[in-house]
Ligand binder design. Structure first.
Ligand code: HEC
Ligand code: HEC
Length: 433
């Protein structure tokens, strides 16, 4: 029975959270280089600069092993000591297991960001999916907000109010957790650059639509670029959204709890912590949402693999069959106070626009995205992000390409018409990004 498996989830979450604070307090010190070690040490994944001795005369200067190519999960290169400290503080926050006193729930999906974002390194994707539901009637999509939609929360702190897909819903969709490497660069791309990529209809019928949204962090109209539907434009907004929707922790940006399947009476019974639960630290002026955003903003993109002749040929084919109509290889960031984010090339392989993907659409209308529209998935770091597609339904890159439809059908058909060897070259090329 469904509820019995859920009960296990609840107990696990409960047991984990009751030790959440203790676990944080006894976290072993991270491995740093031995003080006075002769070799200049790069930041190993998980190393915490705060644990380093500060005496300039005995400590080698902080320098990444290869400043231009940080390892997976490492911070961007050339950060100031303050920025580096913000990165590691944010990372602690991102890995923190939340508990009931800290505001977890009443309903939630998982109790730490890193439960869903840790493939390859903290900040990666995972095979964890979340569920969305809604009602499509006469061509109009209703997210069933009064019944707890469109995002479902499948866990509860006390075992009451675990959400179910309401019987009236006729659309359900799975959404796979995405990797967060390099997102600071995507955040720093000016809206105008994305808007510039909107095409007049090309021979394949590729258009692309910017996801114009109201951003809660800046209170401005912006071009969305994060999430499968480009539903957010700012990392702070996404962090706050994830805190309330994945963990049930309210913040200054999203001060209202989700009611279990819309049941406000049950919410009132279960919710004992005053909102907003994520409060600002008077010393740093930051709340958890700010720290999580710092971590994501300063997280380096996945390192690229050195090209070979074969993968270069794959790249030529990728362009030739017009995958680049949507998977734009490169954009440039605007000015930023962070040196490594300022006027930098971003090799993301996406136009960050919404496209009508026909049968590959997920059936959920969200913000400006219709039921069939999806944002072009960035292809950088692809070798760390299986399974593929918004629902994680493709085990291989080849399957993901063959599932393209709608505006991408012509390119997909050209891929299918290639020889097996040529197809493999494209996949090998994508695995170097
Ligand atoms: C239950 C699993 C789960 C948890 C917990 C979770 N996420 Fe996510 N995350 C997802 C899924 C699924 C998506 C894709 C959502 C979508 O687009 O609908 C996502 C997407 C994102 C994105 C957009 C990435 C991109 O490339 O556009 C950001 C940013 C993000 N999450 C941050 C966080 C933060 C910060 C936390 C902790 C506060 C968190 N997430 C907790 C599952 C999770
Ligand atoms: C019309 C725009 C468009 C074209 C053309 C296009 N794609 Fe995509 N691509 C997308 C969108 C949108 C997604 C996300 C789809 C989803 O999961 O819902 C995507 C996803 C992918 C993914 C999976 C990424 C992931 O993280 O799951 C791969 C791989 C990919 N595309 C490769 C290609 C290749 C190779 C071609 C050329 C044959 C191509 N695409 C042509 C829009 C396009």
């Amino acid at each position: 029975m469904k509820s019995s498996t859920h009960a296990i989830v609840v107990i696990t979450a409960f047991a984990m959270t009751s030790s959440g604070f203790a676990q944080r307090a006894v976290q072993p010190p991270r491995q740093g280089p031995p003080p006075g070690s002769q070799q200049p040490q790069g930041p190993q994944t998980g190393e915490h600069p705060a644990q380093r001795p500060h005496d300039k005369h005995t400590t080698p200067p902080f320098r990444p092993a290869n400043p231009r190519q940080p390892k997976l999960g490492d911070p961007l290169p050339f950060l100031t000591p303050k920025q580096l400290a913000d990165f590691y503080d944010g990372k602690d926050d991102f890995e923190q297991e939340e508990d009931i006193e800290g505001g977890l729930g009443p309903i939630f999906n998982r109790n730490a960001c890193s439960v869903c974002h840790a493939q390859g390194a903290v900040g990666g994707g995972s095979d964890v999916n979340v569920t969305r539901f809604g009602l499509l009637a006469d061509g109009v999509f209703d997210p069933l907000e009064d019944l707890g939609g469109s995002l479902m929360q499948d866990s509860s702190i006390l075992g009451h109010g675990i959400e179910i897909v309401p019987p009236i819903a006729n659309v359900t969709a799975q959404r796979n957790s995405t990797p967060l490497f390099g997102l600071g660069l995507i955040e720093a791309i000016p809206d105008a650059t994305i808007l510039h990529g909107v095409k007049k209809r090309n021979p394949d019928g590729v258009v692309g639509k910017p996801a114009m949204i109201h951003d809660v962090a800046t209170d401005k109209e912006r071009v969305g670029r994060f999430g499968w539907k480009a539903q957010q434009a700012h990392l702070l907004s996404f962090a706050a959204d994830a805190y309330v929707n994945e963990m049930g922790i309210t913040s200054r940006l999203f001060p209202t709890e989700n009611a279990p399947n819309g049941n406000l009476e049950l919410l009132a019974q279960l919710d004992t912590i005053a909102d907003p639960e994520d409060t600002t630290d008077p010393v740093t002026g930051k709340a958890d949402i700010d720290r999580a955003a710092d971590f994501m903003r300063l997280l380096a993109p996945a390192p690229r693999v050195k090209p070979t002749r074969a993968t270069q040929l794959g790249g030529v084919l990728f362009r030739k069959i017009q995958c680049t109509a949507c998977h734009t290889p490169r954009m440039i960031t605007g000015p930023s106070p962070v040196r490594s984010l300022s006027r930098r090339p971003v090799w993301l392989y996406s136009d960050l626009l919404l496209h009508d993907m026909g049968t590959l659409g997920d059936g959920i209308a969200q913000g400006p995205a219709s039921t069939t529209e999806m944002k072009t998935a960035p292809l950088w770091g692809l070798r760390f992000t299986a399974p593929y597609l918004h629902d994680g339904s493709a085990e291989t890159v080849d399957q993901a390409i063959l599932a393209h439809d709608g505006e991408a059908k012509a390119a997909r058909d050209r891929y299918e018409a290639l020889t097996t060897e040529q197809q493999q070259r494209i996949v090998e090329f994508l695995m170097t990004l």
